[in-house]
Design a protein around this ligand. Structure first.
Ligand code: THU
Length: 142
């Protein structure tokens, strides 16, 4: 049985960091908070670039933050985002970010929360958002 966690707290951590998003080109401010197996929470925001493709999403920054601090397993991620930093809709993670989540989790257990507020969110497993995925185990040779 997997451990439970405080969804409201994870979403609050993402919301707290959202003003740090650097989105001068799209005006779309995204923030993510990752819960690692250790119990620590790591945040990340989208950071755009004048050379547009060099920009990076909030989710990947949060996961890279966790990995850079030595984490190798993640249990959940909360995502908030919207034009002008107003979270009127649930901000879905892009395909590349879903694949990056896949690297460090069990997709059947990993929880992806897309939130408008700590009380108003959707919850899916990564398996639901990225079915039949390719992961590290697929590269192991017998
Ligand atoms: N973005 C994210 O950071 N995460 C998402 O889940 C969707 C999109 C960013 C990328 C870009 O800086 C801006 O939002 C508009 O696409």
């Amino acid at each position: 049985m997997e451990k439970d966690f405080d969804r409201g707290e994870l979403i609050r951590r993402a919301l707290e960091q959202q003003p740090a998003a650097y989105a001068p080109y799209s005006g779309f401010y995204v923030s993510a908070a990752v819960l690692a197996d250790s119990g620590e929470i790591y945040t990340g925001v989208n950071v755009e670039n004048a050379s547009y493709p060099a920009g990076i999403c909030a989710e990947r920054n949060a996961i890279a933050h966790a990995a850079a601090c030595g984490e190798r397993r993640i249990r959940a991620i909360a995502i908030v985002g919207g034009p002008g930093g107003e979270n009127r809709d649930y901000c879905a993670p892009c395909g590349i970010c879903r694949q990056v989540m896949r690297e460090f989790c069990n997709p059947k257990e990993m929880r992806v929360l897309t939130a408008k507020s700590p009380e108003d969110f959707r919850e899916r497993t990564l398996e639901e958002l990225l079915p039949e995925s390719f992961g590290p185990e697929d590269l192991i040779r017998e």
